[in-house]
Design a binder for this molecule. Structure first.
Ligand code: ADP
Ligand code: ZN
Length: 205
């Protein structure tokens, strides 16, 4: 299965990707994770991406497209994947269409105010990547690892990321709807409930 996970920052794409990976054995390709990994390792790609990420802007299309093109080319033909955080612009979507054929695009829908609430209280485990709430936990509830806040999870940057989403990424809803690929999911509520809705949609594919 070849999927795109589409939705605003904080819509829960990464969380659902963990469930999907377990159930359907798909390779998870998160462009945000790849940039953060590169930044940690101080690679030229990481340092370049940081300029944009810190202010909530998109990394330029050519950089992201090259990176994703390379990742997809490394997959075996029989391997399924889900793209998380890509595409984010129509140009990226057109590029993707030119190199692969998708089975579906899952759109995670959450109102903006709920997103601001989620992200201003989001903490991530340094050890296992589990996402949790800073008001509820001081250590990772899964592995006891230390929690950290992402640099771009402050209210000002969150609002800017949302603005950029509405300006540049939301157009992809029509792009994929017109191709008959869009699966729309109500992404409010508990992660398990959302995953039930995702599973119901995927059964129809
Ligand atoms: P979120 O979905 O929570 O905003 P991500 O982890 O997906 O965060 O991405 C973090 C940042 O990485 C984005 O704000 C952006 O700067 C950059 N980025 C990730 N994917 C892309 C993309 N496809 N195109 C341009 N920039 C991207
Ligand atoms: Zn953990």
């Amino acid at each position: 299965m070849r999927l795109v996970l589409l939705g605003a920052p904080g819509a829960g794409k990464g969380t659902q990707a963990v469930f999907l990976k377990e159930r359907h054995n798909l390779v998870h390709i998160s462009t945000g994770d790849i940039f953060r990994h590169n930044l940690k390792e101080n690679t030229p790609l990481g340092l370049e991406a940081k300029k944009y990420m810190d202010s909530g802007q998109l990394v330029p299309d050519d950089i992201v497209m090259k990176m994703v093109g390379t990742k997809l080319a490394e997959l075996k033909p029989e391997e399924g994947f889900m793209l998380d955080g890509f595409p984010r612009t129509v140009k990226q979507a057109e590029f993707l269409e030119s190199i692969t054929k998708l089975d579906g695009v899952i759109l995670f829908k959450v109102p903006d105010e709920a997103i601001v609430k989620r992200l201003t209280s989001r903490a991530v485990c340094k050890e296992c990547g589990n996402v949790t709430n800073i008001h509820e936990h001081s250590k990772c509830p899964l592995c006891g690892g230390e929690l950290y806040r992402r640099d771009d999870d402050n209210e000002e940057t969150i609002r800017e990321r949302l603005r950029v989403f509405h300006e540049q990424t939301e157009a992809l809803e029509d792009f994929y709807r017109s191709r008959g690929l869009l699966l729309e999911i109500d992404a409010t509520g508990m992660p398990e409930e959302v995953f039930e809705r995702v599973s119901d949609e995927l059964r129809l594919l």
